[in-house]
Design a protein around this ligand. Sequence first.
Ligand code: UD1
Ligand code: CA
Length: 458
Amino acid sequence: MEERVAIILAAGAGKRMKSDRPKVLHSICGLPMVKHVANAVSSVCAKKIVVIGYHGEQVKAALGDTVQYAEQMHQLGTGHAVMQAVPLLPEKGLVVIVCGDTPLLEAATIEKLLADFQQSQAAATILTANVPDPFGYGRIVRDERGQVCKIVEEKDAADKERLIQEINTGTYIFDINALRESLANLDNKNAQGEYYLTDCIAYLIAQKQLVTTSILADYRLAMGVNDRRQLAEAQALMQNRINNKLMANGVTLVDPQTTYVDVNVVVGRDTVIMPNTMLRGTTIIGEGCEIGPNTELTDCQVGNEVSIRHSVATGSILEDGVTVGPFAHLRPETVLHRGAKIGDFVEIKKSQIGENSKVAHLTYIGDAQIGSGVNMGGGIIVVNYDGRKKHQTIIKDGAFVGCNSNLVAPVTIGEGAFVAAGSTITKDVPAGSLSLARALQVNKEGLAKRYLAQKEEE
Ligand code: UD1
Ligand code: CA
């Protein structure tokens, strides 16, 4: 089979973003734009070359060794960027060229472009689209027979050309030899003084080589992101796409407009997502859950039939039948085993809560291993930090910890033990014992009246 390689252009600073970060690393729906693009071309090209420049090390860190890199030291234009990748291209075959700032491109679009390129046997095929507002894009100039003549950039276009609504999406397939030859003949005599990749098209046509187009029916899929407004627009479009997919797979979104789900999130059927909910990163949610309203889950694994209301969780595992919230905060490495109940104003960090255990109100738990069937009363603080080090707390199965207790770690509460309310526990509590670690109460009979009378005299 003919060799296929993709070149992804990602060296530009993206001046219009007014950012210290390279444009292609700005995220939409949880992934940097360039990663969306790399994913879209993956179905057609296993081999990908990313042209890096402005803060190239950051782009490398984001994409890792899934791709090869070519460095463009100075950003002298898209044609110049492609020239830097040429030494890495095979002798012959085809090359898909995409911009790192068109994150909405889909694999199906690239596949269709490939089919059109192969069918037409062209030297190059341009992915074009008809857009209502072509401002800023290169325009596709055609002759009276409808054949492509050239692409003209906004800044170089004559008034008449600016009226053209068919634009260059910045995605193309070139025969590798045709690309090499046309790049060798590029110049930078244009309004921006850049080597435009788009000028390769006019060159090939002048050489009597065939250039065809593949027209994208939904122009929004090829939208380029040059500024923050377009970033928000692309985010909204992709969010809409993700939400529609979720609903098609049997997930209820009570208010899709306020449901924000990252591209790699998985949600099981019959789960209901309530308004104002963000599901981020690598979060996976099972079936029949109720998530939200006002909930943010990042990199969490959630089982089936779980309820999470008005809460924030990061890097946590919630097994089947768990309920959380309202107003709970689960920090990384929290594991809630089957049927655990976490109530309001509870914060948990790096801790295990065993099956059917309850942490119902106003409690902090950090660095603790809590067994099954444990009842934690209200207002308990696990004192895990002594100002220098973190220490472990272990609470065994069936223990009961009364309200407003402090458990000063390291400490172990034995199986079935009972800690009286208001205790400050500094030593281990053996299994089955009742522990009382507070000042005992003194009652002075009849003294209340005298005390009050005294007060009045003062
Ligand atoms: C480009 C096209 C335009 C098309 C539009 C589609 C050219 C000359 N113009 O314009 O016809 O309609 O995309 O979105 O190709 N880049 C580099 N090195 C450079 C310059 C750019 O790697 O020296 C990269 C950028 O990081 C970016 C991509 O190329 O990912 C496109 O560059 P950008 O400056 O956004 O081009 P547009 O003006 O949008
Ligand atoms: Ca662009």
